[in-house]
Ligand binder design. Structure first.
Ligand SMILES: [Zn+2]
Length: 294
């Protein structure tokens, strides 16, 4: 199975379909963040959710999905764009609840908190929608978010299916939305198939992307586009230098009085940027002279 973002339509009922397969990128994120199985499973669910939310956005914008919870996981954040790029961070990477993989994530998330979605509307405008987190999975809480914050009738499922000892055997998610002329009854049927476990069963059986979407939509799926999805961080040395230059010349000299270098670790991709003493002195001098830091 290869990671993919599929967009389609269910013609007879006028339903919009977005499917994301995210197994490979979830495993890569697990390695990058050194996640134990339960943390990895929740993070995989969140990355898939982020990609689905990103795919629902217009134009070239971004969305952030964040969780603040009272369980041992504490919180997480994912940051997605509209074209299948995602990155994220999870506050407690070491959680492992052995036993039923359907129970561990609930225990890790706890029973109270907030799920928020920050949507970049373009032109520097943002919209934040949030719902109270109640006991359950991230996906169950995300359904409540769609019901309370979004204008469009939506069905959603995200599956993280273990395969033997591999907790991330297969990871995928689907969003089905009623178009303006669409059939609400057909959407209710989609919800019923999801509630009956159709999506997760198809995922566990190794279904193709089209068959996965078909498992909840029924017949008549027309695939419009397929594109890649990946775990990508847009950090750079230049951004790290800009962050340090925001301290201003006095701030940089303060740092130099105590340290010989500044080390910035990217919390999304774990890349390390080191800015050495000579460069810091040069930055402070340039900023004092009213020049850019680099
Ligand atoms: Zn990074």
């Amino acid at each position: 199975m290869k990671d993919v973002l599929l967009r389609g339509l269910s013609r007879p009922a006028d339903l919009r379909v977005i499917l994301v397969e995210a197994t490979d990128l979830s495993r890569m994120a697990r390695m990058l963040h050194d996640l134990a199985p339960t943390s990895a499973s929740i993070f995989a669910e969140a990355l898939t959710a982020g990609l689905l939310l990103g795919a629902l956005q217009k134009d070239q914008t971004r969305i952030n999905l964040s969780l603040e919870v009272d369980g041992p996981l504490s919180g997480l954040l994912v940051d997605a764009d509209t074209s299948g790029n995602i990155r994220g961070r999870v506050r407690q990477p070491a959680l492992h609840f052995p036993g039923d993989p359907a129970v561990g994530p609930r225990a890790a998330l706890g029973g109270a908190g907030t799920l928020s979605v920050l949507r970049d509307l373009g032109n520097g405008e943002f919209y934040r929608g949030s719902v109270e987190f109640v006991p359950g999975t991230l996906t169950e809480n995300l359904r409540r978010y769609f019901a309370s914050s979004e204008q469009v009738a939506t069905a959603l499922d995200i599956g993280v299916v273990a395969a033997g000892t591999e907790p991330l055997g297969a990871v995928a998610g689907i969003v089905v939305q009623k178009m303006p002329e669409g059939s609400l009854r057909a959407l209710e049927e989609v919800r019923a198939r999801i509630a009956g476990g159709a999506f997760r069963e198809a995922l566990a059986s190794g279904a193709t992307d089209e068959a996965l979407a078909g498992s909840v939509v029924g017949g008549g799926l027309e695939v419009l586009t397929r594109g890649p999805v990946s775990y990508v961080c847009n950090c750079s040395r230049e951004r790290a230098v800009n962050a340090v230059s925001a301290l201003g010349p006095a701030g940089i000299r303060d740092v130099l009085a105590k340290e010989k270098q500044v080390v910035i670790d990217c919390e999304f991709c774990k890349k390390r940027y080191v800015i050495e003493e000579a460069e810091l002195r040069d930055m402070a001098r340039r900023l004092e002279g009213g020049l850019p830091a680099c």
